[in-house]
Design a protein around this ligand. Structure first.
Ligand code: NAD
Length: 368
């Protein structure tokens, strides 16, 4: 079977980024040696690390590498050292440029509860045991980008702040397709979430999603839900969902809500995908949801699992290597089942281990 080279750009970034990415690198190297995973890894700087080295949060050369890569794996950017820079020069601008130039419009945020961590959720165990859902958020449109926007002074001296919620047919079409495709690989259920009862953009959203469903994805079940009800249902009965597809604003809120069903920030991966090219290949960036955690950086205590789980998403969504993704995820499950925990997910009766010991334990399980 052909085994084309996978071109991977790794951008560890700042704070705990290099520590957690270091553990991921060990796993990728192991897969190369033992599972024939044919990767060409390029390392690059992003965020504060790039500011310190080059005076910019991401260089044009790194952007060229990102445009050529099959996938970009990002750690995290930012930290107090760079907090006082002007907005346009901050580490986060590097991240925004990556998202914008790669055209990453589809943000996939899984909320998955490992059996061993069921007690870490703020919900009752029976509500979250076995939870495995995805929030798919439109990332480049809607009210965060819509024009007109601004703050104006009215004739009577009062001020008026305004933003515009706007979606076009192609924007809704492409995010809906990603949602149906994801569901097709899972339990074949999509909830499309908007506020069609009070917003015209929601009426159009519902109309387009329904059309694409009827035309191209009739075997997937589609349900429409208002965003306020979805927020309620997420904490009431989260297991009723499979894939939730929604806009930028509602997705921002609902994905954070869903994230907390799972317990710890150190466990949450994400993927951001661009448009498919002629061969069906999408530009993609994978990163943990958490930030650079400056409070614990350099101490070898950060949880590397969100970063490693982001990579297993890359194995599934960019490389179609579900079998390898399963192997890595099963190794993580086995490590957690043995009671091994980094500090953020530690509880009485389990064993607290370091970042690198977590890497060792996963490699140990993979080798069994
Ligand atoms: P954060 O996610 O970095 O940290 C929040 C809390 O969670 C901290 O107490 C931290 O120690 C803990 N935490 C986070 N990840 C962890 C892990 N893997 N293991 C164990 N504990 C973990 O958020 P913050 O403190 O608000 O932001 C810190 C910096 O990160 C800021 O500069 C912020 O701008 C940046 N940030 C970057 C990204 C990104 O790169 N995508 C995302 C969010 C925040």
């Amino acid at each position: 079977m052909s085994n084309p080279e996978k071109n991977i750009l790794m951008l560890p970034g700042d704070g705990i980024g290099p520590e957690v990415m270091g553990q991921l690198r060990r796993i990728i190297d192991w897969l190369g040696q033992h599972r024939n995973f044919n990767a060409k890894i390029t390392m690059g700087l992003a965020g504060g690390a790039a500011i310190d080295a080059h005076g910019t949060p991401i260089t044009d050369a790194t952007m060229d590498d990102a445009m050529r890569a099959d996938v970009v794996l990002l750690g995290a950017v930012g930290g107090p050292k760079w907090d006082n820079l002007p907005f346009a020069q901050k580490p986060e601008r590097g991240l925004l440029r990556l998202r914008k130039d790669l055209g990453l419009f589809a943000n996939i945020r899984p909320a998955y509860v490992f059996d061993a961590l069921v007690d870490a959720s703020s919900l009752k165990p029976n509500l979250v045991q076995g939870l495995d859902i995805i929030i798919l958020r439109e990332l480049t449109g809607g009210v965060y980008f819509g024009e007109p926007r601004g703050i104006e002074t009215l004739a009577n001296g009062d001020k008026r702040g305004f933003n515009t919620q706007v979606y076009t047919t192609p924007e809704i079409d492409r995010i809906a397709r990603v949602g149906f495709e994801l569901a097709g690989k899972r339990r074949k259920l999509v909830h499309s979430v908007e506020k069609a009862n009070v917003m015209e953009s929601g009426v159009l959203w519902r109309e387009i999603v329904s059309k694409i469903h009827a035309k191209d994805f009739p075997t997937i079940e589609l349900q429409h839900m208002y965003a306020d009800n979805c927020a309620m249902q997420l904490v009431r009965r989260p297991k009723q969902f499979d894939v939730i597809v929604t806009d930028n604003l509602f997705g921002d809120i609902l994905s954070d809500c869903a994230a907390m069903l799972t317990g710890s920030l150190g466990m949450l991966p994400s993927a951001s995908l661009g448009a498919a090219d002629a061969k069906g290949h999408r530009r993609a960036m994978y990163e943990p949801v958490h930030g650079s955690a400056p409070d614990i950086a350099g101490q070898n205590i950060a949880n590397p699992l969100a970063t490693i789980l982001s990579f297993t998403m890359a194995l599934r969504y960019s490389f179609n290597l579900d079998g390898l993704a399963d192997q890595v995820e099963n190794a993580i499950k086995a490590v957690l089942a043995r009671g091994l925990r980094t500090a953020d997910i530690y509880s009485a009766g389990t064993s607290k281990i370091s970042t690198s010991a977590m890497g060792d334990a996963i490699l140990g399980e993979l080798g069994k």
